[in-house]
Write a protein that binds this ligand. Structure first.
Ligand code: ADP
Ligand code: MG
Length: 323
């Protein structure tokens, strides 16, 4: 079976001539004005694949936009415009159904927070599928890319990983969370917060960045591949939420932490000289920013336990075609 990324490489990746950056990053980049580039990205949510069909529509509206905002954050871009392609089962579009109203309320509430404008889309009838295309602006030549990591860079993470995956594990009966823990984890799953301001503030600080949508190991792996470098990360240095701390070192919890996905936190690399500025930024934005490891020359992602022993973790992240 081919992986999602084998498919992308084999069938879609072609040289680009008028883009600054094509396939392979969180967004493509094209020239816009004398001082700005455009960052462009698409993300789709498929019923029963990315969400349960009975998910609250307001939360879905929020999430459909949030996951796209997250790709703008990963590029350091200011989100500006979106289009929305909706495929809807007929019953949800029925006049007696409030589904669309509640869905768009969730969507527009988040859009207005960032002054993002809905400028087009497509509406069709069929199994529920939500696709958002987003366009943002970024200072010319300044976008954060997956390809900029340098040997010696620190590897940083924003926020806490794994809570969304813990909620999913609970819903799939792979773990049983207490009611208050479930509330916390469901909030992470249903209402992710894109790190828009952080992304923009990392320009001139970070060498590379990615948002964690598929799992830390998989997504950091993309930085390593694009930058042609290796990394060592320390399991014990990854900041954990209170709930996560309670369930580690259960293997299902370690999976959620390292390879769960749906986190929408930023993983970025930055030179050692920027440590104090990044610590200051963390204070200013009230977002935990934690150093979890180092970039080095070579190839591979090495994971160390609290005693600095190398450990292997088979599951790297979510892949639509391998999972
Ligand atoms: P992300 O997780 O940041 O949304 P993906 O992992 O989904 O990014 O995609 C990796 C790269 O492959 C991105 O640059 C994306 O634009 C590109 N890509 C994915 N699917 C296609 C496709 N069908 N055609 C062209 N490019 C694609
Ligand atoms: Mg992304």
């Amino acid at each position: 079976m081919s992986s999602e990324f084998d498919i992308i490489r084999r069938y879609f990746t072609r040289p680009t001539h008028r883009a600054i950056l094509g396939i392979g990053d969180d967004a493509a980049l094209i020239p816009y004005t004398a001082t700005a580039d455009l960052a462009i990205s698409t993300d789709t949510l498929v019923s029963d694949q990315h969400f349960f069909a009975d998910t609250d529509p307001g939360k879905l509206g929020h999430k459909a936009l949030a996951v796209n905002l997250s790709d703008m954050a990963a590029m350091g871009a200011i989100p500006r415009w979106v289009t929305l392609a909706l495929t809807l089962p007929a019953n949800l579009a029925n006049r007696n159904s409030s589904w669309l109203e509640v869905f768009m309320d969730g969507f527009f509430t988040l859009a207005s927070k960032y002054e993002v404008e809905l400028i087009g889309g497509d509406t069709t009838c069929g199994p529920l599928n939500i696709s958002v295309h987003i366009i943002g602006e970024v200072a010319k030549g300044k976008a954060l890319k997956r390809s900029g990591a340098m040997p010696g860079d620190d590897i940083w993470l924003s926020g806490y990983l794994g809570n969304a995956a813990l909620a999913l594990a609970h819903l799939q009966q792979r773990i049983t969370l207490k009611p208050d823990e479930l509330t916390v984890c469901l909030a992470a799953l249903d209402a992710p917060v894109a790190r828009i301001e952080l992304g923009q503030r990392l320009i001139n600080l970070a060498h590379s960045a990615i948002d964690i949508s598929d799992g830390l190991l998989a997504d950091l792996g993309h930085i390593l591949e694009c930058s042609q470098v290796a990394a060592t990360i320390h399991l014990g240095k990854i900041a954990c939420s209170g709930v996560m701390q309670r369930y580690l070192p259960l293997s299902v919890a370690v999976d959620c932490l390292l390879a769960g996905g749906d986190d929408y936190e930023l993983c970025f690399t930055a030179p050692v000289i920027k440590r104090s500025e990044i610590a200051q930024l963390s204070q200013e934005l009230s977002i935990p920013l934690t150093r979890i490891g180092t970039i080095s020359q070579g190839k591979g992602l090495f994971l160390l336990d609290v005693n600095d022993n190398t450990i292997t973790h088979e599951k790297k992240g979510y892949d639509h075609f391998l999972t």
